[in-house]
Design a protein around this ligand. Structure first.
Ligand SMILES: NC(=O)c1ccc[n+]([C@@H]2O[C@H](COP(=O)([O-])OP(=O)(O)OC[C@H]3O[C@@H](n4cnc5c(N)ncnc54)[C@H](O)[C@@H]3O)[C@@H](O)[C@H]2O)c1
Length: 300
């Protein structure tokens, strides 16, 4: 059965190019009315250009779809508010938000400036906060919402030269882990995509033939499914791209529970390190404190 977005409104940030453009085109093709947000700056977050968002809106309209451009920066609180307001003013509701806008300022940590740090955090993590903070009351009122945050293998596993970007991308997981709980009662699902695609962001790190081969359309199916009403999952990290789809997760190992009767020493930890660090039987968790009762009850 095909996944339809008829009657739904989707907002994609950074949709003037790369992955965001591909998400916007697919959702529009499936009947969604789409707000195409893009500031139109360069990959390092400098400058702006309205042509990027406008071009994608033109493409959607040429294919028979409905779309409205927005040129605000996600990095400002007012910008986030205006982006959501564009959707409400144009279409009267908002069902899907894909926080995708991104920049890179790669540099080895010992050379990283405060500006390199702040700009990357402003676009990725604050830029997700601003848009979602504005969308959240709408979702609650509708009792419906589908959210995608964008992380990266750099944020999940680490990548040399990306302390700013990796940390901001890991922060997406923290944001998801809280919002999945706060949204659950209102049928607001929050999932995270870790994409791999040849785009202008990756063309500096990938050989040209790989950039050409790894088209963003290889990521799109995972995102489109996760923002559909058919997908009931929330709190997942999905890696997609280059012909691959898989789940990644932060898991908790079983560890050992000697109880609280006697304080343990560093030497005790050293002796038991293999058991403490073992991930055999590790499980993903839904919330913090989930195992606190077990801790308090465990004696042996
Ligand atoms: N391409 C990959 O392999 C890859 C891997 C991991 C994560 N990502 C993430 O995927 C997302 C999309 O990246 P992409 O590869 O398509 O790059 P891209 O440069 O093609 O697209 C990013 C878009 O975001 C826009 N943007 C930047 N700052 C903005 C702001 N302040 N407000 C509004 N729009 C802004 C840019 O103008 C650009 O059009 C990013 O969050 C990126 O970090 C990409």
């Amino acid at each position: 059965m095909s996944l339809s977005f008829e009657g739904q409104v989707a907002l994609v940030t950074g949709a003037g190019a790369g992955l965001g453009r591909a998400y916007a085109l697919d959702l529009a093709k499936r009947g969604a009315k789409v707000v195409v947000n893009d500031l139109g700056g360069d990959p390092h977050g400098q400058g702006e250009n309205r042509a990027a968002a406008q071009k994608v809106v033109d493409e959607i309209k040429a294919a028979g779809g409905e779309a409205t451009p927005n040129y605000d920066s996600v990095a400002s609180y007012d910008g986030g508010f205006n982006i959501v307001k564009t959707a409400i003013d144009a279409y009267g509701r908002l069902d899907v938000v894909i926080c995708n806008a991104g920049i890179l300022r790669d540099i080895a940590f010992h050379n990283m400036s405060e500006e390199d740090w702040d700009k990357v955090f402003a676009v990725h993590i604050k830029g997700s906060f601003t848009v979602l903070r504005a969308a959240w009351p709408v979702f609650r009122q509708q009792s419906y919402g589908r959210v995608i945050l964008t992380t990266s293998s750099s944020g999940i596993y680490g990548q040399f030269g990306q302390a700013n970007y990796g940390a901001a991308k890991t922060a997406m997981l923290g944001l998801m882990n809280v919002l999945k709980q706060e949204g659950a009662k209102y049928n607001v699902n929050v999932n995270t995509i870790a994409p791999v695609a040849g785009t202008r962001l990756t063309q500096t790190v990938m050989p040209a033939e790989m950039v050409e081969k790894l088209v963003p359309e290889m990521v799109v199916p995972a995102v489109t499914y996760m923002v559909s009403k058919e997908c009931q999952d929330s709190g997942l990290i999905i890696e997609a791209g280059a012909g691959n789809f898989n789940r990644a997760a932060i898991v908790k190992g079983p560890g050992i529970r000697p109880g609280m009767d006697e304080l343990k020493s560093a030497e005790w930890c050293q002796e038991n390190w293999a058991a403490i660090t073992s991930l055999e039987g590790a499980e993903p968790m839904w919330r913090t404190g989930q195992t606190m009762k077990e801790y308090l009850a465990s004696k042996t």
